[in-house]
Ligand binder design. Structure first.
Ligand SMILES: *Cc1c(COP(=O)(O)O)cnc(C)c1O
Length: 354
């Protein structure tokens, strides 16, 4: 594989404790191309920089794009760890399949990721709660107007040294229950990571922000009743000792953090149930004093406790007195403990880059 090293390395962050999310990028990037009849070819690592696109490039008009989000961690013993990277590329292929984008070779993508992370390893921060966020993405780039799948695609990976996703960090966030806008419906693209899902979520987020809420809780697009997820996180509730999370039914993104949290919780002996749960049921559990915890899970924020839920004029729920719950804290400590190599990875989830 071709590796072209930069001749102009950028200055690295001086104070890693001040890192924000997604504002700074490393010295290099991965590129691979696809042509109809030829398949994926010409994978390379080149200096980070702008790419040139034809104004008729299909991505700009019809949004045929998919992406992933994963992290590389600087372990306490100096090792560099990835967390279940093959899961990300398997999910990328799920998204690809739905968006009529050619599938990628999972093994090859993990190898490319390792090679890239190794080259830019000096960019992996080591301050507490920091990591190197990796963003693989694919888009159609052939110049054509008229709706059809692209014939030429770019696969790229860029990397960003990051701190906490929400400025709140592990402080519980305030969430607005969205009753007007919807994110996804069964049969649509809700289970994929495709740009359009996020473009169409901006409006609800903007309205929630105006009301001083961090994110919205999405309800199902048909009955506006069943809980789906929060912003870019899957959601969990602890009700009367049981952990409940909405089942994946096509409109919810199947998070890798969600999947890992379920396995960890079960290993601790919790009863974890994946099923439909309505906002009315949640409100009822709250009224009965049985809603003990609520939290979101995702690569970017890891675990984000929910301290306050606003369901319009119907109800305000103050969960666990607005403080982080025991399960949320323990899950955060365990997941990040595995990711930063602080505790033994008994699940075999981490992959070392060397
Ligand atoms: C990425 C994402 C998640 C979380 O997935 P992880 O694999 O845990 O990072 C949840 N919901 C949406 C909408 C997402 O885009």
């Amino acid at each position: 594989m071709l590796i072209e090293k930069t001749k102009h390395p950028k200055a690295k962050p001086v104070d890693e404790s001040k890192l924000t999310f997604g504002d700074l990028f490393t010295d290099h990037m991965v590129i691979m191309e696809y042509d109809e009849g030829k398949g994926w070819h010409d994978e390379r690592i080149v200096p980070y920089g702008p790419i040139s696109l034809d104004p008729a490039a299909m991505i700009l008009h019809y949004g045929q794009e998919v992406f992933e989000g994963m992290k590389a961690y600087r372990a306490v013993d100096g090792r560099i760890l990835l967390f279940r990277p093959e899961e990300n590329f398997k999910r990328l292929n799920l998204s690809n399949e739905r968006l009529c984008i050619p599938l990628v070779d999972v093994e090859k993508c993990v190898e490319l990721t390792k090679e890239f992370v190794n080259l830019d390893k000096d960019w992996i921060p080591s301050a507490p709660d920091t990591s190197l966020y990796l963003r693989p993405f694919i888009f159609a780039s052939d110049p054509h107007l008229g709706v059809r799948p692209g014939k030429h695609y770019y696969f790229m990976i860029i990397a960003s040294p990051v701190g906490p996703y929400y400025p709140e960090g592990l402080d519980p966030v305030k969430i607005y229950v969205e009753t007007e806008f919807v994110r996804a419906v069964k049969g649509g693209t809700g289970f994929t990571k495709t740009g359009g899902n996020y473009a169409s979520s901006l409006k609800a987020q903007a309205v929630a922000k105006e009301k001083h809420y961090t994110q919205v809780l999405w309800l199902d697009g048909v009955e506006r009743k069943y809980i789906e997820e929060v912003g870019t996180m899957n959601v969990f509730f602890k009700i009367d000792g049981e952990i409940i999370t909405p089942s994946l039914d096509g409109s919810i993104l199947g998070g890798i953090t969600r999947k890992s949290a379920i396995e960890i919780l079960k290993s601790w002996g919790y009863k974890v149930t994946e099923r439909k749960i309505s906002i009315d049921e949640l409100a009822k559990a709250y009224d009965d004093g049985k809603l003990e915890e609520a939290f979101g899970t995702g690569t970017a924020a890891v675990i984000s406790p929910i301290g306050h839920l606003n369901w319009g004029d119907k109800k305000i729920m103050e969960i666990n007195n607005g403080k982080i719950g025991e399960v949320s804290q323990r899950l955060y400590d365990t997941l990040t403990g595995i990711q930063w190599g602080k505790i033994k990875d008994t699940f075999g989830w981490t992959v070392e880059v060397k």
